[in-house]
Design a protein around this ligand. Sequence first.
Ligand code: SF4
Length: 360
Amino acid sequence: MQVASTRKVSEKESRRRAKACDRGVAIADPMGLRQRLRRWYARARRDLPWRRSRDPYGVWVSEVMLQQTQVERVKDFYARFMRRFPTVHDLAAAREADVLKHWEGLGYYRRARQLHAAAKAVVADHGGVFPRSVEGLRGLPGIGRYTAGAIASIAFDVPAPIVEANSRRVLARVADHGDPVGGAGDEPIWTIAEALVPRRGAGVFNQALMDLGAMICTPDRPLCSRCPLGRDCGALAAGRVDEIPVVAAPKKAKHLRETAVVNRRGNRVLVVQRRADEWWEGLWDFPREPARASGRRIGQVAYTVTHHRIECRIVERRTETAQTGGRWVAIASLGRLAMTSPGRRIASLLASREEEHVRR
Ligand code: SF4
């Protein structure tokens, strides 16, 4: 894989480029690139709460939260989670409902369950000490190639590469990589990352790549004129910045309709726990029925899960009937349960109706 460049170079630089073959991938000037990136990071890095320590537990929690969730949103969740579970031992000893409650609002609850399971494994199988190698980390539940590389490099300075949305974009552009990325298409990007990650200072290098992707090499209108890698960038030299990375078209959203039923007994309502074969396993929600189910219509919520767009009518019924796995809960106490995001919105609607009723 060759980093393309149409920029005219000196004879000396040409010779250096010809010789530069860094761990199997030809990169024009990998040392210079690392240096430029490191200098830029030293002055421009984002001040993020999880960067104040290299404790592998904190690095791990932040990395799991950052999958699918934006940095600004993660800041508060991270602080709250770390206050409640300050060490891997605290997390391992916690009840699952408590972990899910502290994950509420971040979505993708499978991540929280796996975090919990991995904490138990670290305590039970590793005496509470995180494995330092990528292989050891990948043996833990829910820790994949990216997360293992991030923990190993940031916490232990292991020269492990990482590829996530930001670094993928930077690397694809620097290498002028015009093939689709994502899934199996990321393999060449991993090869580039592997070639570039330094033997010392890997954590700083990886974080710098991510920051560069977040702050300078953005998806739209990257700030190439302010980029420390301008001279290394194949896409810039080839005039293809807007075309790279090539991303496969997202799946079309599937539209569904359903009804959420608020079964009511006085000021208590029936909630059910989502099963293992459903979205949001283990969280509480209002029972669902087909779109035309009967009941007094009290509202509507729309939400998106994976590539499904769901329109959900909310109806109320006065009933005494329980459901398997159901629990009658006072409306005022719904806030204590770990609920799905539509369930939480329905609970808020019920709480506002109650308040209005009291005011009248
Ligand atoms: S020069 Fe532009 S496209 Fe290339 S890495 Fe920098 S910001 Fe990204």
